[in-house]
Ligand binder design. Structure first.
Ligand code: HEM
Length: 134
């Protein structure tokens, strides 16, 4: 992907998760069933807020970051959100066996952590990089 398109990809994913997340919140409010509120909260905070912040970083400061880092960050974060939220939803809502939600939670949590470490190391190394001479 063209380097400058990565912020668009992060924001598009973030906006999709936000639409699902706020609809989920609305559904909980209407039905008065808050059993899965923690999955809703994680979807909004990991999917919407964190992905939007990563996209903002790449738009403002990430022009020199290698393409493969942005791709890996994007893929890990999305696998993380999708697996972790569906696993949490099944676990909290008692909607599936542990043999299904257990692996989903494990894969999701590891992917989320991997995405955050890659992003964190990238942000720190970008901050430490010597600025180009004016
Ligand atoms: C239309 C929009 C939204 C609605 C109707 C909504 C609704 C709800 C409801 C009903 C709960 C459960 C409260 C409880 O049982 O304690 C909840 C929890 C939560 N929501 Fe949302 N929500 C919305 C948007 C958001 C957004 C945009 C975020 C974050 C960016 C968010 C973050 C959270 C968090 C962190 C909790 C857990 C709070 C706690 O521990 O009690 N929500 N929301």
């Amino acid at each position: 992907m063209n380097t400058s398109r990565w912020p668009h990809a992060f924001f598009a994913a973030a906006a999709l998760y936000a639409m699902i997340g706020v609809s989920w919140g609305l559904a909980m409010s209407i039905t008065k069933d808050h059993a899965t509120y923690s999955a809703h909260a994680h979807l909004n905070l990991l999917g919407w807020i964190s992905m939007a912040l990563m996209g903002t970083f790449y738009a403002l400061l990430g022009q020199t970051v290698a393409n493969w880092i942005k791709l890996t960050n994007f893929v890990l974060s999305n696998i993380g959100v999708v697996c972790m939220i569906s696993g949490l939803f099944m676990y909290l809502g008692q909607k599936g066996p542990a043999s299904v939600y257990g692996p989903l939670l494990a894969i999701g949590a590891l992917s989320v952590v991997g995405g955050f470490f890659l992003f964190g190391l990238t942000a720190v190394s970008t901050a430490l990089r010597r600025p180009a001479a004016a």
